[in-house]
Unconditional design. Structure first.
Length: 368
């Protein structure tokens, strides 16, 4: 099939990583794949087999949406896709405007964790511009349906991550690079630095962990506008020596190798790639019970769940995980097995292949 993937931009983020990985896997499986997006750091991560179309604008404002749609019409003509896969509600709107008389279905992915009135706006946009709307978790999809997305348009495909590569470096080598001794308890979190990601709560919880386990270290991988606030909080808590702000990292697998516990303290989520990656690496996960997280992190089985914004509960669960290495190893292995079976990139690509084929056939029948 000829497949055109459209997204707002290729900056660092979970939805963008999803698209880059999916594009590469679809190409590996023999499809002709194009990606239309504004530039970003992840352009360099696109497989050389992918046809990259550099977009002139983002569709988040009216003028940008119209410019993108006009340009995208030419891309559709050149790429001649059998299906367009839009990676957001606004890119779905641009694709719908650009499609014109081209007989091609639009499959729209929903990744976001919306709250308040934004949930209803997102549902209306997806309903209007997507022929099929795919949520990255059942919880997210059900929420869109509750907010107005027609059930007949809704599908669920869980996020998938690449199979874990064999680590050539030892855990000790990675820790030496990070300035961490071999026996120090290490907690890792990965994600965009943003208030909704809950890193402030984690930092306050870690201060409690550090007082009980002075050798403990927290690694924070990611960048964002919230960084200055987090650095100030780190200083106020007196944990500057124990908390490393690593910035954006391309070597998350190496960081997972060096860690003992992975933590995701978000207030809202769809189905976070970072949790899937940690599970695939066999790391025990402590996460907040939000969005699609409980669909993959089963409390006490493939990880542990706490309520969002609860500093004491988060600190207590991290301390328990660090104090019980045998139990943590068992939970980590269960998470790895679950990820291998249900959260693989291959499984996700196969499900989208089937969805693309069905969508193309059904769209043609409707127009016949």
């Amino acid at each position: 099939m000829n497949i055109l993937l459209v997204t707002n931009q290729l900056a660092v983020g979970g939805a963008e990583s999803f698209l880059v990985r999916l594009a590469g896997e679809l190409s590996r499986r023999g499809h002709l794949v194009g990606v239309a997006a504004l530039d970003g750091e992840l352009v360099a991560s696109l497989d050389p087999s992918i046809r990259y179309y550099r977009a002139p604008a983002r569709p988040d404002r009216a003028i940008g949406l119209l410019r993108l749609a006009e340009w995208l019409h030419g891309v559709i003509r050149a790429h001649a896709p059998h299906v367009i896969h839009a990676n957001s509600s606004t890119s779905a709107a641009a694709a719908w405007l650009a499609r014109g008389l081209f007989r091609v279905p639009i499959v729209a992915s929903a990744h976001g964790a919306w709250y308040g009135s934004r949930r209803h706006v997102a549902a209306r946009l997806y309903a209007a511009f997507g022929d099929v709307v795919v949520g990255c978790s059942q919880t997210l999809t059900d929420d869109l349906i509750a907010c107005g997305l027609p059930r007949r348009k809704a599908r669920v495909v869980l996020n998938g991550v690449p199979r874990r590569e064999v680590q050539e470096e030892s855990r000790s080598a990675v820790r030496r690079e990070l300035g961490i001794v071999d026996d120090a308890p290490v907690v890792l979190t990965v994600g965009r630095l943003d208030p909704m990601k809950g890193q402030e709560i984690l930092m306050r919880a870690f201060a409690c962990v550090w007082r009980a386990r002075p050798a403990a270290r927290l690694l924070v991988a990611g960048e964002g506008d919230f960084r200055p606030t987090l650095e100030r909080i780190r200083s106020e808590l007196g944990v500057e020596a124990a908390v490393s702000m690593l910035g954006f990292r391309r070597d998350v697998n190496r960081l997972l190798e060096a860690s003992d516990v992975f933590c995701l303290p978000s207030f809202h989520e769809g189905l976070p790639m970072a949790v899937c990656e940690a599970m695939a690496a066999g790391r025990p996960v402590v996460a907040t019970s939000v969005g699609g997280v409980p669909e993959v992190v089963r409390h006490g089985v493939t990880g542990w769940l706490v309520a969002p914004r609860d500093v004491d509960a988060l600190a207590g669960r991290i301390l328990s995980a660090l104090a019980s290495p045998g139990e943590s190893a068992r939970v980590g292995e269960a998470g790895r097995a679950h990820a291998e079976r249900y959260l693989s990139l291959e499984r996700m690509a196969m499900e989208f292949e089937t969805l693309y084929s069905h969508s193309a056939v059904q769209f043609a029948e409707v127009l016949a």
